[in-house]
Design a protein around this ligand. Sequence first.
Ligand SMILES: Nc1ncnc2c1ncn2[C@@H]1O[C@H](COP(=O)(O)OP(=O)(O)OP(=O)(O)O)[C@@H](O)[C@H]1O
Ligand SMILES: [Mg+2]
Length: 472
Amino acid sequence: MPKPRILVIDDEAPIRDSLKMTLEYEGYDVIGAATGQEGLALAEREGPDLVLLDVKMPGMDGIEVLERLRNMNESLPVVVVSGHGTISTAVEATKKGAFDFIEKPFASERVLVSLRNALDSRQLRDENRSLKKAVEIRHQMIGESAGLKHVMAAVGRAAPTNATVLITGESGVGKELVARTIHRNSLRSRERFVQVNCAAIPEELIESELFGHEKGSFTGATEKQVGKFEQADRGTIFLDEVGDMSAKTQAKVLRVLQEGEVERLGSARTVKVDVRVIAATNKNLEEEIEKGRFREDLYFRLAVIPIHVPPLRERQDDIAPLVRHYMDDFSRENNVRPKRITPAALDALTRYRWRGNIRELRNAVERMIIMTGGDTIDIADLPESIRSPAAWPASAGAGAGLAPPKASPEGSGETRAGTLREFKENAERMFLVGKLRENGWNISKTAEVIGTPRSNLYKKLEQYQISQETDG
Ligand SMILES: Nc1ncnc2c1ncn2[C@@H]1O[C@H](COP(=O)(O)OP(=O)(O)OP(=O)(O)O)[C@@H](O)[C@H]1O
Ligand SMILES: [Mg+2]
């Protein structure tokens, strides 16, 4: 750690000198100023960690300097020193934001203690602030796509209410983040957010986990346990992977939702709870209902406000901002210089299918940041799975082995296509997929752009088995 730097502002040279000696001896770096003006200029230029300030000085007096210092940098601690230790000066200095007030003549011990306290509290505050910021960044929802905006609008509408929310979407799309965002923006934000992963808890434990149990209510229940619903009282409970609950648990959860009360296992007493429920699943609950695996009545209770988070491949506009966000994040975290990414690499990332959604993207970026030696991430630095042609939707079907459109030298499909006809078909397929993608898979628009009747385009899509699904 660098030495803390102390700025001493005092018009009396002997006092400056003796403070300098004492403080330097204690391991501080000391700069001195003889007037308020000079002190302000030094404070601006040298960025001290603390200011020791005399009140009575010719010219600008200490209280005014204090005010200006506070305006310049609110988090810079100022310890005021005065030979005219009247109560009123002390009160005024403290009111104006001085950290401490010391009367002259002072013992050096007194000054040292005050400095240490001020510096410690400043460090604590700085740490606190950066922790808070880190948490905020971690909980930020990044993206610009229409799909994400839609989700955010729903979050905004749901948050201030007490309505139950059901969040659906593939693994890694951000369901938990959506749930936390709702809680943070709700009237319950100061209360607890209790998360239960219904898929991770063994069947025989889930009920006592959710509803609690009394001591001795079953073998192994050696202590009383307060269930998650009770823990979340006045706050929010997040039932993650709600599609994985057994029929019995579903019935009990339904009861809590209907009655607003829970019953601990082994107890005849019920406890009122005021809990907002947010549930999430990557299963298709309508299908689960049809197969008899999920209660329809529970579904309707949960899906008062349904929010579907679309997969990343359906919101390609989010990919570049997410990549940049995670590049910054991981560079900071790993203390490496921020890197640049080439348009070609970003393009490849944007076209990739991201089956693991944002979680996969995050991991890929972290790896790239750590593994890339230089300052720039290019195609060659992308993970093999993303770089390889097989990962490219356009070539995943008929033209396996074709190079990605932008990075390929002209006509590289030739090498794989045995006959002229195969080559022509490969090329046509690639061309069509590219144009469709450019036009957001709007068939009419694409047909118009490439100058072919819509019916013909449909025929080609069928012939080559092209669909948005195969593209991602
Ligand atoms: N829009 C976003 N901006 C920034 N980070 C995001 C965004 N969406 C998701 N993430 C991050 O992606 C990761 C996965 O998100 P999350 O855990 O919320 O997904 P999930 O849908 O709950 O996944 P699973 O079904 O696997 O539990 C987390 O690290 C999360 O912070
Ligand atoms: Mg999750």
